[in-house]
Design a protein. Sequence first.
Length: 165
Amino acid sequence: MWKKSARAIDKTLAFIEEWSLFIAVMTALIVALANVFLRKFTPISLYWSDEVVRKVIFFTTYVGAAAAIRSRSLIRVDALPQLFPVLKRGLTLLSHLAALFFAGIMVWLGWQMTLMAYHDTFARTSTLQIAEWKFYAVLPVVGVMIFVRSLIVMVEDWQGGPARE
């Protein structure tokens, strides 16, 4: 029962991560290329293209962190478990607990920042005038994704096999 639920959650999160990353990166690529083309061949320049690219980098950094947990690609110390294999399980647990702690901080502080920006009517992006709270809202959402994904990976490691088989 757990593996079936974990597999469904994993597939849903993977779909959200992959498609949102794809759409965001393609948007930044198209905007940046259009700006370069327009600047080189016409007197027109998209003054807002840099802002779009910056916001996409912000978005992809956090969503990419959630995706990195899925593939077990987060940065961690792996020299000690190679030298002392008996420490592998404990250090892996410590790594998962650190990711859970980080996710909790992201949810808490991200929610606070989102609320602050939501209540500040002047908190808008400089060129596109988009409300900043919409970008800060990514933090608690991705924090929840990281938390859930970390729990799934932690249980998989503890039980000895991935739930995605």
